[in-house]
Design a protein around this ligand. Structure first.
Ligand code: NAI
Length: 342
């Protein structure tokens, strides 16, 4: 069996090569999957992709023509795959959980960095500047955090926030009974939160869930955290919110237009994207490059689950991590036969 890996970095290769495989050949490509690069999968049974690869209808047709049988996402989110179109042609599997702790802890790390001005202090002390002017932060204890999406990552983040002595408001399309938070409607969450953290998937319902109108409903000085998917936020509206001082800060691990920028080194170049450049120029904005998942534990789990998914599909013809083509969701399919609606 041959697997073509797209958009790979040295740490991806290492984590997959650490797992001993018989009769499996890996072909690693730096390039992202799109219609111009799909031909690289020639002779491969499986295509393994990440968050910024594109598997739209055109690419799926091309892969199908080449004889590819499985698209194995080595990530949880699958908004970059046209699931409905793939149905009946190519099986799509993903890694539903690899370390919710990695992402939730990164969200809290960004929040603490921002509000305690660690990013500024680090640069100062590196330059032997030990002054404290401009570094005043605020306590998290007693503050209210609004969490949108209380799945695996949202719950861990909620537990962390509870540990800090914060009050937690939550919104989820499918609320759970064992979450240590008070479920409220979105408007109540927007109006009552000092900090808002996004942990829901990107769907047609959640696209731009943070927009001009929702920002208007928020508290002055609200902090917005996004470690989920960039397009949950209308970036122009966020920028305006920061410029008008309504939004007190943003911690972004993801960005709507990240696919041509993130994971690459542009340090010697002029960035064409004025929006991300303006955001990065703000003292109260912290951007990381879709890094929240990047822990040793998560990489190991991703490689192991991805290869198991492929093995299950090959040997049994199904995988528990095959995505639902009809509804595009895992969580809502619990009632269906085999937890799938196809
Ligand atoms: P999950 O599937 O366990 O939880 C998602 C939650 O969102 C569920 O409780 C679901 O009911 C809820 N939800 C679905 N539609 C909603 C809606 N319209 N409004 C409100 N809530 C809704 O997913 P998990 O593992 O917690 O991951 C969350 C997201 O984090 C993923 O979809 C992915 O986009 C992102 N992610 C980011 C990573 C990074 O490195 N930055 C790494 C892994 C995931």
């Amino acid at each position: 069996m041959k697997i073509a890996f797209f958009d790979t970095k040295p740490y991806d290769r290492q984590s997959f090569e650490n797992i001993e495989q018989n009769d499996v050949k890996f072909k690693f490509f730096d390039t992202k999957l799109n219609i111009d690069t799909a031909d690289l999968a020639h002779g491969c049974d499986v295509v393994c992709i990440f968050v910024n690869d594109t598997a739209d209808a055109e690419v799926i047709d091309k892969l199908y023509e080449l004889g590819v049988k499985i698209i194995a996402l080595r990530c949880a989110g699958y908004n970059n795959v046209d699931l409905n179109y793939a149905y009946g042609k190519i099986h799509v599997v993903h890694v539903p959980a690899y370390s919710p702790y990695a992402v939730a802890e990164h969200a809290m790390a960004m929040l603490l960095t921002s509000i305690r001005r660690i990013h500024k202090a680090y640069i100062r002390t590196k330059d032997f500047n030990f002054s404290l002017g401009g570094l005043t932060g605020f306590d998290l204890h007693g503050k209210t955090v609004g969490v949108i999406g209380t799945g695996k990552i949202g719950r861990v983040f909620i537990d962390i926030c509870n540990g800090f002595g914060m009050k937690v408001l939550a919104f989820d399309k499918f609320p759970a009974s064992d979450v240590r938070a008070e479920y409220v409607d979105l408007d109540t969450l927007f109006a009552g939160s000092d900090i808002i953290s996004l942990h829901c998937p990107l769907t047609h319902e959640t696209k731009h869930i943070i927009n001009q109108s929702s920002i208007e409903k928020m508290r002055k000085g609200v902090m917005i955290l996004n470690t989920s998917r960039g397009a949950l936020i209308d970036t122009d509206a966020l920028l305006e919110g920061i410029k008008s001082r309504k939004v007190g800060g943003a911690c972004l691990d993801v960005y709507e237009e990240e696919s041509d920028i993130f994971f690459e080194d542009f340090s010697g170049h002029i960035i064409d994207d004025d929006t991300i450049a303006r955001l990065i120029s703000m003292p109260n904005v912290i951007v990381t490059s879709h890094q929240a998942f990047l822990t040793e534990e998560a990489l190991g789990n991703i490689a192991e689950t991805t290869l198991n998914n492929i093995k299950e599909m090959q040997e049994k013809g199904y995988s528990q991590n095959e995505l639902c083509y009809h509804c595009g969701k895992m969580e809502s399919c619990k009632e269906c036969r085999n937890r799938k609606c196809f």
